[in-house]
Write a protein that binds this ligand. Structure first.
Ligand SMILES: Cc1ncc(COP(=O)(O)O)c(C=O)c1O
Length: 406
């Protein structure tokens, strides 16, 4: 589909076939210590969008600005919806579901963006893609690289969970661990593309990342029988996923396929709450993040301004949770619903649980809720150290069984 870019800050629009990252007027004009300015939003051709209204069924690819070739080599989408009935019965809201993006090829939501970036690279005859990641985006891009034959250069904080780093090494990416934070890795990956070329896939810096992530909303709309949930809970760090979720519903509205947006909630750790604070105070001030939920640990949210704008424009809100609430939610999900997710995803469930009374007041007990679960628990087993251990082995004998259970 044809498209143009629009700056989130000055609203100028740009039409170009070249790859662009940021608004030339606004990028870098933020004050020191504040969220970056100059991110671009992709605006799809209005007429082509409206034509989609005639279709009985739409897919995510109807809404993509680039053609995705050979989708079968890296199948992204159609993730299941799970109804955690035992938890719903306990909490007292029955229409609550979880969208299981932990089932995507590399085990996280980030495959959605990586698929579109792979398509962008193929359309521009480029094989090299560089990026920074807290772990999941890197693993997803590396997975796409292995599937499509692309060269991935990945900058990651050396403290990222080992499973995520090993995954990227196994997929064949060039992994560069950085003695620094994710925000440091972000700047180094931009320095890499400046000196050595290739496409930069940094979250939000490349507008196609948000555009790829929007696919979840379009998919959800079809899966729910062309209905929009009342409220969607999204784990939030950089604000790129939540901006993508808003954008998907926004495109559905522009296509005339729905006449309303859901309320979308940014779920953050109290120890990584830059977007939530900006939403509440109107000040776009960076923070020092320190949450154990590594995927949402962000000092300077790359898509922070866009996320806050969307939250304000479409009646969203934010919920901050404690570290204990995140880890308890992770246990609660796995033990009482069989849903095994990493701490960042559990943050969305923790925020939903914390928000239940508010939901009952604002809506009713029939409120339709979707909680996005963005990454599998296998990504970070170290988080269970000291919390869960294997019981001791028994001898290989019948007596040992009797002794064990008597
Ligand atoms: C599993 C998971 N959930 C949530 C997020 C948060 O997404 P964003 O940083 O775009 O807000 C990430 C980001 O890396 C992630 O990997």
């Amino acid at each position: 589909m044809k498209f143009k870019y629009q700056c989130v800050d000055c609203k100028a629009t740009f039409e170009t076939d070249e790859i662009v990252y940021q608004c030339p007027h606004c990028a870098g004009t933020e004050k020191k210590g504040e969220f970056p300015k100059g991110n671009l939003r992709v605006l799809l051709d209005e007429k082509e969008l409206k034509d989609l209204k005639k279709k009985d069924h739409v897919t995510i690819y109807d809404f993509f600005p680039y053609y995705v070739p050979n989708k079968e080599v890296y199948p992204v989408g159609n993730t299941p919806i799970v109804v955690p009935k035992r938890l719903n019965d306990k909490i007292g809201l029955k229409n609550v579901c979880c969208k299981m993006d932990s089932f995507l090829p590399s085990g996280s939501f980030k495959d959605r963006a990586s698929q579109l970036i792979a398509a962008q690279a193929i359309a521009h005859n480029t094989k090299k893609i560089a990026l920074a990641s807290t772990g999941n985006a890197g693993a997803a891009m590396s997975c796409a690289g292995a599937a499509y034959g692309l060269d991935i250069i990945l900058f990651v904080p050396e403290t990222a969970p080992i499973n995520k780093l090993m995954q990227s090494v196994l997929y064949g990416a060039t992994v560069v661990p950085v003695k620094g934070t994710y925000d440091d890795a972000f700047l180094l990956s931009i320095a890499y593309t400046k000196h050595f070329g290739g496409i930069n896939r940094n979250t939000a810096y490349n507008p196609m990342t948000i555009e790829g992530k929007k696919s979840i909303s379009i998919e959800l709309f079809e899966q729910l029988g062309r209905k929009i949930p009342d409220v969607v809970y999204v784990p939030t760090g950089d604000g790129c996923i939540i901006s993508g979720v808003f954008k998907g519903f926004y495109d559905l509205m522009c296509a005339g396929l729905t006449d309303r947006m859901p309320h979308i909630v940014a779920c953050q750790s109290e120890k990584s709450n830059a977007i939530s604070q900006a939403f509440k105070t109107g000040k776009f001030t960076n923070i020092e993040a320190s949450t154990r939920a590594d995927s949402i640990s962000v000092d300077c949210p790359a898509s922070g301004r866009m996320a806050v704008q969307y939250l304000k424009d479409y009646d969203g809100w934010t919920v901050e949770v404690t570290e204990k609430e995140i880890l308890d939610a992770q246990m609660n999900l796995v033990k009482n619903s069989g849903i095994f997710v990493e701490p960042a995803s559990a943050t969305a469930w923790a925020a939903y649980e914390k928000d239940v009374e508010n939901l009952k007041k604002k809506f009713s007990e029939d409120v339709n809720v979707c909680v996005l679960l963005t990454g599998t628990g296998f990504k970070d087993m170290a988080v269970f150290d000291g919390r869960v251990s294997l019981p001791p082995s028994i001898e290989n004998s019948e007596e040992a069984v009797i002794k064990r259970f008597s």
